[in-house]
Design a protein around this ligand. Structure first.
Ligand code: ATP
Ligand code: MG
Length: 580
């Protein structure tokens, strides 16, 4: 078996043979009736014209997951039939992303371009059988002749060329004797079919472009609808799982399989695309965000790409779990991003090292603490996992707390620091407010003076005194300056793609960009353990959220953190309500 489980200890990776959905039911039935004696073979067939997004992750988890559950195999096949749009950079990123998700295709890495010779021979076969012809109509004419959903198409005047003439013209196409658009090869099916895909679809067109693998060997390239079923059949794919928009293409898929002497007969099954709220999910649109400089690249942490999610701090386990949780269905829907974030929090909660970081600092001087004393207090690294141990946190007379954790005039039910109030410093001591020192010019509070209770070391006392508020803090003399990048949704609309379609003023999704989607805090203060972080490390900043070290950390020579997700779990609240 080719499926390599990257995280062996992780419960999310458990092989679950009891999963049930309409696709798995079909496969179980096919196995039962003996249709697939050699086992289940699936494939993930990306076109290398962009980076993968979380929608692709659903397809990857489904294809590789099914192969794993049924003891079969899953191929990674690049559908590289359009050299104009494709690039090696995308191939590399796709390979990297699928591996990162935890899947392994073993030796089954393929390229549709490897089959160009076979595709060509199949095309010749169709011509010889009188089932394909070279059409000399222009692209616009072909479109016009195609008809509409309510009107049948019209046959091309070139439809009845002889086999000999077609063979000769097709050979000329291949040799480069024609210019792009001068002619195409079409399957001869039925111009009156109610299914537009069956109205003599184009199967080869001229493109005088260099292919990243086959170089200049070809100047004609097969269309997706032709190349895809044939690639599946050549590789012995048993179940070709694709998204719902290909449902109308299935008769054509089957037509090629039935009309050519292919080595196997794959079955196409469609499932719903994944869409998420507050984002767009198409390579074309994501590419636009990159090209127009709205984001810093395909791996910008605000992008729903796998590389963006990784940089943001998502784990492969969380994405796989999400994919399991949403399951597969037959009709498209839009999944609430809060569900994805909820699953991510559950995962990070178990693995993230805790640390204290003050984002918006204000100084606190503890008046009765000895001037030069430093104590190293114990802090648990993860209350969910005692095996992660403790760390030492330096405590001294001058510390930073969040500006927001102090109010001169506190609102009702404010349990943080305020005149007359006592609060707990996490892992440290109780402190009590004494007075504030103001900036003479602005009148703004610069420093807060407090006293501490030496009997409250560790954050509790024997006298049963109740202290409601607990604050995070950092010793000023030991604080590590760090940069923090706070992300929010890239779009202000819950359904940017849907709204674009019906926008009365003709706005596009680009008009819904959230101007507040990135806020940078240049200088936050963290505990000393943040000195030696490396890209990809994940932390929970106490009371604030989960953060992941950005790769820029190396280049900029200072720790840079991306906020992965806040601690506020609105999905958990929804679930709670539903259970009530
Ligand atoms: P996009 O529309 O984003 O450009 P695509 O379908 O053109 O995507 P491909 O590279 O052709 O991208 O997709 C590879 C596989 O991933 C296909 O089998 C496709 O059905 C599947 N896929 C693409 N987008 C989604 C999605 N949102 N949800 C589930 N599967 C998807
Ligand atoms: Mg596609």
């Amino acid at each position: 078996m080719n499926i390599n489980k990257k995280s062996k200890n992780n419960e999310n990776f458990k092989n679950d043979n009891n999963k049930s959905d309409f696709i798995r039911d079909i496969i179980r039935e096919d196995i039962k009736v003996g249709k697939i004696p050699d086992g289940v073979v699936t494939r993930f067939p990306p076109e290398p014209n962009g980076y993968l997004h979380i929608g692709h992750a659903k397809s990857i988890c489904l294809n590789f997951g099914i192969a794993e559950e049924f003891g079969g195999r899953c191929h990674l096949r690049f559908d590289d039939t359009n050299p104009v749009k494709e690039d090696i950079e995308y191939i590399k990123s796709i390979i990297n992303d699928v591996k990162w998700l935890g899947f392994d295709w073993g030796k089954h890495l393929y390229y549709a371009s490897d089959y160009f010779d076979q595709f060509y021979n199949y095309a010749i076969q169709l011509i010889k059988d009188g089932k394909a012809y070279v059409d000399s109509l222009s692209t616009e004419e072909i479109k016009k002749y195609r008809g509409t959903l309510t009107e049948p198409g019209k046959e091309s005047p070139y439809r009845n060329r002889s086999v000999e003439e077609n063979l000769e013209l097709f050979e000329k196409m291949r040799r480069g004797d024609f210019e792009e658009g001068e002619c195409v090869l079409r399957a001869k099916i039925d111009m009156a079919s109610p299914n537009l895909n069956m109205r003599d679809p184009v199967i080869y067109r001229i493109k005088k472009a260099t292919h990243h693998r086959s170089g200049d060997k070809w100047c004609i390239y097969p269309m997706y609808d032709f190349a895809h079923p044939l690639s599946d059949a050549i590789e012995g794919i048993t179940h070709s799982l694709c998204t719902i928009e290909f449902e109308d293409h299935r008769p054509l898929y089957n037509w090629f399989i039935e009309n050519l002497p292919v080595p196997s007969k794959p079955r196409q099954i469609e499932f719903a695309r994944l869409n998420l709220t507050y984002t767009v999910m198409s390579k074309r649109k994501l590419g636009k965000l990159v090209n127009e400089g709205i984001v810093s690249g395909w791996d910008d942490p605000r992008m729903p790409t796998i590389s963006g999610l990784r940089r943001r701090g998502y784990t492969p386990e969380a994405i796989r779990k999400f994919s399991d949780r949403i399951g597969v269905a037959k009709s498209n829907s839009i999944v609430d991003i809060n569900l994805l974030e909820h699953i991510l929090r559950e995962d990070l909660n178990k693995r993230a090292q805790r640390v204290m970081v003050v984002l918006n600092p204000i100084k606190v001087i503890i008046e009765n603490y000895p001037d030069n004393k430093v104590e190293y207090l114990d802090g648990e690294n993860n209350p969910e996992d005692s095996s992660m141990g403790n760390r030492k946190i330096p405590f001294s007379k001058v510390i930073y707390i969040e500006k927001d954790d102090f109010r001169e005039v506190p609102p009702p039910k404010y349990f943080r620091l305020a005149p007359g109030k006592e609060v707990r410093l996490k892992h440290a001591y109780y402190i009590k407010y004494k007075e504030s020192i103001r900036d003479e010019k602005t009148g703004e509070i610069k420093v807060i003076i407090c006293t501490y209770d030496p009997e409250s070391r560790g954050g509790w006392t024997n006298d049963g005194r109740k202290v409601k508020g607990t604050l995070h803090w950092v010793s000023a003399a030991h604080a590590i300056p760090v940069e923090v990048r706070l992300y929010d949704h890239l779009f202000t609309r819950e359904y940017p793609e849907e709204e674009e379609k019906v926008d009365p003023s003709g706005k596009s999704f680009l008009d819904y960009i959230n101007p507040e989607s990135l806020k940078i805090i240049d200088c936050a203060y963290g505990e000393p353990i943040l000195k030696d972080v490396k890209p990809g490390d994940i932390f929970q900043f106490l009371r604030i959220g989960y953060f992941c070290v950005d790769p820029d950390t190396k280049a900029k020579n200072k720790p840079i953190f991306n906020r992965t997700v806040t601690l506020k779990d609105s999905w958990a609240k929804i679930e709670k309500k539903l259970k009530k």
